[in-house]
Design a binder for this molecule. Structure first.
Ligand code: NDP
Length: 261
């Protein structure tokens, strides 16, 4: 390492930034919150399950990070508006939003109900749109710049078996929404990018990897394994920090080569 390395590494520092993470109660959202707080950000942890959110808060505080827990349902416009107002009062300006909350309902389309479809679309797509537009309006009113990071999926571009049509459609829409909002918000200095993870072991998919189909699927991934949550840290920090200042409308795939197989 040379002396210049300090200046380069400084670009990833998030001290004095406030980040709001949706779906911070477990899984990827918990890891993202921990990583962002480790790099100096104050993190607003949001989700519906207060007990699980408290676990994330304890985990971050134990490591010396700063965070605040607020209940928020990404399907509820009133709840999202209230959270931004409350956090601004308590914590100061939010400058980064991580749209991570998401669900999957694993059923064939023939067996799916329209309620199943609505649940997936409302959480994965409507929720991202709602949080993004409320956040962008909040920044525009303050004449501030900001960053939005959407958590899409390789499901946006790859058919994942027979049981995830609503999930795949929702993520394809999230990826394209990332590009359209990036275009729209560029004039306000708001960057919008996405991470498209491949399979990462979390509550969302842990049952699947115990099935024969799940094990066969792992064999199709060029790197012959599923990912660990830590393997998204680099992409997350790039998109949240000054290191990614010339990026907008980009989608970073982190998938062990799954899409190219
Ligand atoms: P988990 O099921 O482990 O966590 C999902 C999170 O979303 C929870 O914190 C949950 O909190 C929150 N959530 C769900 N519905 C709502 C809602 N209506 N309002 C607010 N929060 C909500 O999933 P992962 O961590 O695995 O997934 C996180 C994101 O990453 C999702 O968007 C997923 O599609 C995406 N992804 C995951 C991959 C993987 O392999 N794990 C691969 C590619 C993408 P609560 O229930 O407390 O509200």
């Amino acid at each position: 390492m040379t002396n210049a390395s300090n200046d380069i590494l400084k670009k990833f520092n998030l001290t004095n930034k406030t980040v709001l993470v949706t779906g911070a109660s477990r899984g990827l959202g918990r890891r993202f919150s921990y990583v962002l707080s480790s790099m100096g950000a104050r993190v607003v942890l949001t989700a519906r399950n207060k007990i699980k959110l408290q676990e994330t808060e304890d985990y971050i505080k134990k490591s010396g990070g700063e965070c605040l827990t607020v209940s928020m349902d990404v399907n509820d416009e009133k709840s999202v508006n209230e959270v931004f107002a409350k956090v601004d009062n308590l914590y100061g300006e939010v400058s980064i939003l991580i749209n991570n909350a998401g669900i999957a309902i694993s059923k064939s389309s023939l067996k799916s109900t329209m309620d199943d479809w609505d649940s997936v679309m409302n959480t994965n797509l409507r929720g991202v749109f709602l949080c993004s537009k409320i956040f962008a309006k909040y920044l525009v009113n303050k004449k501030s710049s900001g960053k939005i990071v959407n958590i899409s999926s390789i499901a946006a571009e790859k058919v994942l078996g027979n049981y995830l049509s609503s999930y795949c459609a929702s993520k394809a829409a999230v990826s394209h929404l990332t590009r359209t909002l990036a275009y729209e918000y560029a004039k306000y200095n708001i960057q919008v990018n996405a991470i498209a993870p491949g399979y990462i072991l979390t509550d969302l998919n842990k049952n699947y990897f115990d099935t024969i189909e799940g094990k066969e699927m792992i064999d199709l991934i060029p790197q012959k394994r599923i990912g660990n949550v830590e393997e998204l840290d680099g992409a997350l920090l790039l998109l949240c920090s000054a290191a990614g200042s010339f990026m907008t409308g980009s989608i970073i795939r982190v998938d062990g080569g799954h899409v190219i197989s």
